[in-house]
Design a protein around this ligand. Structure first.
Ligand SMILES: O=P(O)(O)OC[C@H]1O[C@H](OP(=O)(O)OP(=O)(O)O)[C@H](O)[C@@H]1O
Ligand SMILES: O=C(O)c1cc(=O)[nH]c(=O)[nH]1
Length: 196
């Protein structure tokens, strides 16, 4: 039978196989403008059927005691996480709705910043696939609050452990990560010289 630890272990394997990239020349440019020799392109994991199923289950476990009605974050990284959580939470009998925070407020029609069946006063989780500086997550938190929702906590798939978590903790009481960079890199078998 699978345990949360064995499911996390399998998720790490998928991330290392599909999402971890290393390059010293050229370096990756990050959302914050920082440069890095490594990059987690999470989409091949978060859009993978097994990856989605594992992520949805792990998020449901992490939210077992949370009184929240919905989860979502800044598009695009958060979207597959929110969808996976919505489906698995429904299957487990405690549904958590998905929502999407637009990068740009829609210029016509509803002119909305948030998409989904969410309403002012609801208690929600803000998701992100990666936290580096926390800037993207903080943008999502601000938009969510502007819409009148209450942020219960933040959950990221991967915390790169570069200070972003502390930046978010200044705004939200609780910030969790499914995995940290350290937990993932323990299982990286690339050249030692290529370790971030
Ligand atoms: O903590 P930060 O310094 O903000 O960096 C992390 C953010 O960077 C990536 O988003 P990106 O801007 O690449 O957008 P995408 O998800 O639309 O690809 C990732 O999905 C996080 O949201
Ligand atoms: O900081 C970022 O922009 C970033 C880092 C990373 O590893 N993965 C990602 O999607 N974004």
């Amino acid at each position: 039978m699978s345990t949360p630890e064995s499911r996390k272990q399998r998720l790490i394997e998928i991330i290392l196989e599909k999402s971890f990239k290393y390059s010293e020349d050229p370096l990756f440019t990050l959302a914050s403008g920082k440069k890095s020799a490594y990059y987690f392109n999470c989409k091949p994991t978060t859009l993978n059927p097994e990856g989605m199923n594992l992520i949805g289950g792990l998020l449901v476990d992490m939210l077992a005691d949370a009184e929240v009605t919905a989860a979502g974050g800044l598009t695009l990284g958060a979207d597959p996480l929110a969808a996976a959580l919505a489906i698995i939470s429904h299957q487990r009998g405690k549904p958590i709705k998905a929502f999407i925070v637009r990068k740009d407020v829609k210029g016509h029609g509803t002119k909305s910043a948030l998409e989904g069946d969410v309403h002012a006063g609801e208690r929600v989780v803000v998701l992100d696939d990666v936290i580096t500086t926390g800037g993207s997550t903080i943008t999502a938190i601000e938009r969510v609050r502007e819409a009148g929702l209450v942020v219960d906590r933040v959950i990221a798939l991967i915390d790169r452990e570069e200070g972003g978590r502390a930046n978010i903790e200044a705004l939200v009481p609780r910030v969790d990560a499914v995995l940290t960079r350290t937990e993932i890199m323990k299982f990286y078998s690339g050249k030692p010289s290529a370790r971030p």
